[in-house]
Design a protein around this ligand. Structure first.
Ligand code: ZN
Length: 256
């Protein structure tokens, strides 16, 4: 561990938060060529977690990935605001509009592109961002023919591990899966007294399967803002999900 007052020890991972520009220039000259961008959100997580669950998970995931991929990868600061209009009936949630969100992400890429980076990986911690990130990939490919870009929700990358540990019929937000990840990656966002989701009845099987998607606010799906049962969350389950996702993403990025 770096002791207070010392600043000459080799960092274990590269992040703009800790680098000066000459240090970054030197690392780029020596081969740092991959930018890792954590995408979070500021949105309610029921009574089970703070507004920073997604940002903390995305940032923690990217920090660990940058550590594994040192010195090739550079972590940049997490984006704390994204697309959460469906959570706006819960006080405290902050959302961007889709055009703003896409513009911010493209301008982050544009800035780093102008400094010479050509490879970008977005680690997404918030389900509501998925459609926009899919659109962003097409847009980036159109506007910057010489870049490589990918995004992934790390929960999806390890969905088999997630499903092995989930007991609830309905899950996916402030649930045992998400709060376990938060325990592992961002424990300060996790509340001590965690409760099951207060899920409202839905009996159409195609809606339940996700084949039919009604326009709903989150309080029309769950009264307390949670799905699943976060009282079953554990640090060990979070570790299994995240370390599996890290293995898989790192393997993918090794040849990126
Ligand atoms: Zn979340």
């Amino acid at each position: 561990m770096q002791s207070e007052g010392s600043c000459n020890l080799e960092p274990q991972y590269l992040t703009l938060d800790r680098l000066s520009w000459p240090e970054l220039r030197d690392h780029m000259a020596e081969g740092t060529d991959l930018v890792l961008i954590p995408v979070g959100s500021t949105e309610q997580h029921g009574p089970n977690g703070s507004f920073a669950v997604d940002t903390g998970r995305a940032d923690g995931f990217v920090t660990r990935l940058a550590e594994r991929m040192y010195p090739r990868a550079l972590a940049v600061p997490a984006l704390p605001y994204s697309l959460s209009p469906h959570h706006m009936n819960f006080p405290g949630t902050v959302t961007l509009t889709p055009g703003t969100f896409l513009a911010v992400l493209e301008e982050v890429v544009d800035s780093l592109y102008r400094h010479g980076f050509r490879k970008f990986f977005f680690a997404n911690g918030h389900g509501g961002n998925r459609p926009a990130l899919a659109l962003l990939m097409g847009q980036l490919r159109e506007d910057y023919p010489d870049i490589k870009a990918s995004w992934a929700s790390f929960t999806s990358v390890a969905s088999d591990v997630v499903m092995q540990g989930i007991e609830s019929d309905t899950h996916g937000h402030a649930c045992e899966g998400e709060m376990s990840q938060a325990m592992y990656l961002a424990p300060w966002t996790v509340k001590e007294d965690r409760v099951p989701g207060d899920v409202l009845e839905e009996d159409n099987e195609f809606v339940l399967r996700g084949a039919i998607s009604p326009a709903l606010k989150f309080d029309e799906i769950t009264a307390n803002g949670a799905l699943g049962d976060a009282s079953k969350a554990s640090w060990e389950f979070g570790r299994d999900i995240i370390e599996t996702a890290l293995d898989r993403v790192e393997e993918y990025l090794d040849t990126f």
